[in-house]
Design a protein around this ligand. Structure first.
Ligand SMILES: Nc1ncnc2c1ncn2[C@@H]1O[C@H](COP(=O)(O)OP(=O)(O)OP(=O)(O)O)[C@@H](O)[C@H]1O
Ligand SMILES: [Mg+2]
Ligand SMILES: [Mg+2]
Length: 534
């Protein structure tokens, strides 16, 4: 039985909620989902709000300016410790921050994808605390004047929306590893100073499942706009989850914040266990105190880290070394116009092309798993490859229903492009350009025109389209030198710093190598050669 409908007080509560929702003024036509009482905790309503920290996938860190010749790259977990640290990230005296425009662009893209208002003026604050993983003794963040405010994310399941409070830029901390046996703490500064986006949601979720759905949807969105890997395993997406419970019709209860959850499963388990803890406290006549808590993965329980009273005084102050960040309307519109397609739009488009729901979902899952490029370079994902497929079918005057390429074969082809077995890399920034003449494209053309039932891996071998390995680097170098010789004007432009022109040279090399070279390797090699010459 639907308890919510059966109880007049709850019906009134529902009405109130809906009213609130309307007053809060969601743009768009999204409705809040009809609430059905949860059998796990009858009589109780659960309220969840999430703060997501997503590492920005920029080549350089947040304050290591884009063109600065420093080695301070945004790193991966498998890099050797302390190998990618600029003087600023290590907080050496006398160093000053330079804002990396790529981080701003990616955060603006994310904010637009979340339907948020990008602020023309935002500002940076210092949040002070003392901990070995924070060399300067403060973190630069945007607590009071964030980059974007308001917004919403529509969850993939149902017609349900979570409102976004704000999106702010901030620095990541270093990483400390405690060796209890040796009684030492090891500090790795590689992560220190990397760009993070903190995305704060309104307390709009009502169950562990909705929270899981929210994080999953956000993850897909971040990957689609190319602003973050969104990988919880690798630590590029971490969640702080705020949970409270109240009796139906009562105001929200006291919230507890569970810090640093690194998988969707843990997000959901931590919420459920926290809900039971709150209910147990309240039903036995005690109260919930506002706390920051951790999550013990083995016991599937949360534990107290500190209470609200013990929470440090962060002594926020405006960062005197950073002026306010002013964005012109033209800049915001420019970013908007170069936005890649969002997952929700993609799905609608795929369905309208005549794909079945299942095929669209499979393609979207494959696409969501693709590698995210640095600085917003959108890789050649499944969806873009479908576009190629459709383009090629159209030029043969066939329709998608005549498509001879199965989703499985398409999936394998995409895997081969991604693992570098055949080439198909995208070059250039913010465009869906697939380099002409890549061997992946040739392979796709062959699959369509010959209506081949063979797996692409087999075909690639037969057709000699397997990408060149590292061992063939001398051959690639030869092509690069030839390209530089044949396009002297373009080479000169790149030497003078006009990097987009590099694509012309890369294209030339791809042509010379019949598409078997790896575009990224070619790019790096060309830059090295041009630098050596000058
Ligand atoms: N009653 C509530 N129940 C559950 N979540 C709540 C409740 N009230 C607020 N929240 C959520 O708590 C979060 C508050 O995050 P916010 O970043 O604003 O502050 P904070 O957690 O106090 O600060 P910090 O960033 O230092 O952790 C938001 O996601 C909000 O939706
Ligand atoms: Mg916060
Ligand atoms: Mg918080």
């Amino acid at each position: 039985m639907n308890l919510v409908r059966a109880c007049p007080r709850r019906a009134q509560h529902q009405w109130k909620l809906r009213e609130l929702w309307r007053i809060n003024g969601l743009r768009g036509t999204h409705r809040q989902r009809e609430r059905v009482e949860d059998r796990r905790w009858p009589g109780w309503e659960v309220v969840v709000g999430i703060e997501v920290h997503a590492q920005i996938k920029s080549r350089k860190k947040l304050f290591s300016g884009e063109w600065e010749r420093s080695e301070a790259r945004t790193t991966h977990t498998n890099d050797a410790p302390n190998t990618s640290v600029s003087c600023f990230d290590a907080a050496l005296p006398g160093t000053l921050p330079t804002l990396n425009p790529k981080c701003v662009e990616l955060a603006v893209r994310t904010a637009l994808a979340l339907n948020a208002d990008v602020q023309r003026r935002s500002a940076f604050d210092r949040k002070h605390y003392f901990y070995p993983d924070l060399p300067s003794g403060y973190q630069i963040t945007q607590r009071y004047a964030p980059l974007a405010r308001g917004g919403y994310l529509r969850l993939s399941r149902d017609d349900f929306t979570v409102r976004i409070t704000q999106l702010q830029l901030e620095q990541d901390t270093a990483k400390s590893t405690v060796h209890a046996g040796r009684r030492v703490s090891l500090i790795d500064l590689n992560r220190a100073g990397s760009g993070l986006m903190e995305i704060v949601s309104e307390p709009d979720m009502r169950s562990p499942e909705e929270a899981g759905d929210y994080v999953r949807t956000l993850q897909t969105l971040l990957r689609a706009v190319g602003s973050s890997d969104g990988s919880m395993e690798l630590g590029s997406l971490r969640c702080d989850v705020n949970v409270s419970v109240n009796r139906y019709g009562q105001p929200p209860g006291t919230r507890c914040e569970i810090k640093n959850l690194n998988s969707i499963k843990f997000v959901m388990t931590a919420i459920a266990s926290e809900v039971f803890r709150h209910i147990e406290l309240l039903e036995s006549g005690r109260t919930v105190t506002q706390e920051t808590r951790g999550f013990d993965e083995n016991k599937a329980e949360t534990f107290k880290l500190r209470s609200k009273e013990d929470s440090p005084d962060y002594r926020y102050m405006p960062d005197p070394n950073l002026p306010p960040l002013l964005l012109s309307q033209e800049y915001i519109e420019h970013v908007r116009s170069s936005m890649p397609e969002l997952p929700s739009e993609t799905r609608v488009r795929l369905l309208s092309m005549g794909l079945s729901e299942r095929d669209a979902d499979v393609l979207m899952t494959i696409d969501a798993g693709r590698e995210v490029g640095f600085d917003g370079e959108i890789g050649k994902g499944a969806i873009a490859m479908t576009q190629d497929l459709l383009g090629q079918l159209a030029s043969r005057k066939e329709t998608f229903s005549d498509n001879p390429v199965s989703v499985e074969h398409m999936g394998e082809l995409i895997d081969m492009v991604q693992s570098g077995k055949v080439t198909g890399e995208f070059i250039g920034v913010s465009q869906y350009l697939w380099c002409p003449g890549t061997s992946g494209k040739t392979l796709l053309r062959h699959m369509i025109s010959h209506r081949s039932l063979d797996y692409p891996s087999k075909l690639a071998k037969e057709l000699g389209l397997i990408a060149l390995s590292q061992d063939d680097s001398s051959l690639v170098k030869e092509w690069c030198l030839e390209a530089i010789k044949e396009l002297p004007q373009q080479a000169e432009a790149v030497r003078k710093g006009n990097l987009p022109v590099l694509n012309r040279l890369v294209g030339k090399v791809m042509k010379l190598g019949r598409g078997r070279a790896n575009a990224e390797t070619v790019r790096t090699l060309l830059l090295e050669l041009l630098r050596e010459e000058s």
